[in-house]
Write a protein that binds this ligand. Structure first.
Ligand SMILES: NC(=O)c1ccc[n+]([C@@H]2O[C@H](COP(=O)([O-])OP(=O)(O)OC[C@H]3O[C@@H](n4cnc5c(N)ncnc54)[C@H](OP(=O)(O)O)[C@@H]3O)[C@@H](O)[C@H]2O)c1
Length: 221
């Protein structure tokens, strides 16, 4: 599997370390072009959101499968439909860890039983390193989407924190917390490489797929 790796920063460099096949790195010194991307089987992005967003037209033009972990941008409207019309499959995740696959399920369960809790407040707090460009984090936004309920998000930037997310449900009588803490960036690279392998080896339906859904379906979780 020949990988076009977009971004070799804190996270992309871990993909480069772990990848077993051929990898070409694209960054500000080697900008991705249609011709260069065509040499690869799959495109993996850990670019900042804005840089990834600007590349979407050329990525579509290549017709290659794309796996992206970029955050801090909005997908073009009806992008899932665009991919379906073009018969292309892309996998995206705001967080490629397996723990967050389970966290999604726990949050969805919390939503199902939410009528048990009277006068509750829900909040998400996320902590990341000081170099992170976007706030709130993509993971916090995904957690709010999975919860599907009003919920404030607060962000904190300190030291080299890889990613700490806490969802708190509080009533007059109790506090329930769901916490996910990433200890290093290797787990994101492992998840993205799993997705790259999956998307190149399996005949997927066309469309934009969340990593969590792909894992859930594959493992029948
Ligand atoms: N989904 C997940 O599991 C997950 C996990 C961690 C991070 N992320 C996300 O991944 C993204 C990258 O995070 P990071 O911390 O690894 O970033 P980073 O350390 O700042 O690295 C960014 C990389 O992108 C390159 N780059 C930036 N702008 C570019 C442009 N316009 N054209 C070409 N290359 C460009 C940089 O190259 P130069 O140095 O040459 O500019 C660098 O190699 C962020 O959106 C972050 O939120 C996702």
């Amino acid at each position: 599997m020949k990988i076009a790796l977009l971004g070799k920063g804190k996270t992309g460099s871990k993909v480069l370390e772990l990848a077993s096949g051929e990898v070409e790195v694209f960054d500000s010194k080697n900008l991705p072009t249609y011709e260069k991307l065509m040499r690869h089987d799959v495109i993996v992005s850990f670019l900042p959101g804005e840089a990834f967003h600007a590349l979407i037209p050329v990525l579509l033009e290549t017709k290659k499968p794309v796996v992206t972990g970029s955050t801090g941008f909005s997908w073009p409207s009806q992008f899932d439909k665009t991919l379906q019309e073009k018969k292309l499959s892309w996998i995206h995740a705001t967080n490629f860890s397996l723990g967050v696959v389970v966290l999604k399920q726990l949050i969805e369960r919390l939503h199902q039983v939410d009528h048990l809790f009277k006068d509750k407040t829900l909040s998400i707090h996320e902590v990341h390193h000081t170099k992170k460009l976007d706030a709130p984090s993509g993971t916090a936004l995904s957690m709010k989407e999975w919860l599907d309920e009003p919920c404030d998000i607060t962000s904190e930037r300190t030291g080299d924190v890889v990613g700490l997310h806490t969802l708190t449900l509080e009533t007059n009588g109790e506090i329930l917390r769901l916490v996910h803490e990433a200890k290093n960036r290797t787990l994101f690279a492992e998840g993205a490489l799993w997705a790259a392998n999956y998307i190149t080896k399996n005949k997927m339906e066309p469309g934009l797929f969340a990593f969590q859904k792909v894992v859930e379906n594959h493992l029948s979780l």
